[in-house]
Design a protein around this ligand. Sequence first.
Ligand code: CP
Length: 331
Amino acid sequence: MNDSNIQLDDNGHLKHFLTIEGLERSLLLNILETAETFSGVGARAVKKVPILRGKTVANLFFEPSTRTRTTFELAAKRLSADILSLNISNSATKKGESLLDTLHTLEAMHCDMFIVRHANSGAAHFIASHVAPNISVINGGDGRHAHPTQAMLDMFTIRKHKPDFSKLRVAIVGDILHSRVARSEIHALSILGASEIRVIGPRTLIPWHIETMGVHIFHDMNAGLKDVDVIVVLRLQQERMRSALLPSESEYFRLYGLTEEKLALAKPDAIVMHPGPINRGIEIDSRVADSRQSVILQQVSHGIAIRMAVMAMTMQSQSGIQPEGGHADPD
Ligand code: CP
């Protein structure tokens, strides 16, 4: 699935944000720089800028979410947009209405942007292909396919600690097979020029042919973690496993759980990341999750600035808004 054409307008600006795949390095750097201008807004007395004043954003989460849904909501509020968070469990799709009919209903309410999370890979692309041309669609995670804002907030977090991507050796550990985060991160790290990307996990959780994405595969944690600068730990996505792919959670933790002993194999200043939700004692030991090297909560905070940047940039495409942090709302 290559969404790069549909994502950009005729001037090369971001119109939708569906996937990292196929985007230019300069665009990813622009997102990071724009997020930098927004990162201080949350520390101001008035935590708002007027960039999306008068715009209406609809949060359409067809799958559970804590971090992505709430940080998009906060990001929209900090940009002064009005935000509708649809309660999908009570929405008309549960009464048999098709996805497109629900979308057209929201279009009729003059929404300007849809944030979409869906269990089906390709859902955000499908929606972007069917909405009115004045609406931007941002992918909040679709099936196993992509989670582009998660990847960008992770790049933002990495850059805060390790500014030069060309010197980075990054290990992504765990359930690569079901992970949209892993796919988006591999694209982002490759485009930004990371020196080496490793994936580590049991054979049953590594997708066939992933080496074509330019990664090195390891099935042994001790070898895979040696001298890495960044460790991204992934959640075991049991809800996407159709059959038993693991002997047991305790066996998984023994072999692939990130403990202090295994972390010691990485560089001494390595950072530990996790997109959440974290499962302590399954993929990560509490002492590592809460350690000085863990940047897991920083990732959550950075998600607000990245989502502000992406929302402002897509609205620039739609209406010429300048996506910069600027001054606090005078109201
Ligand atoms: N990282 C992430 O997507 O978390 P949520 O499922 O809580 O949104």
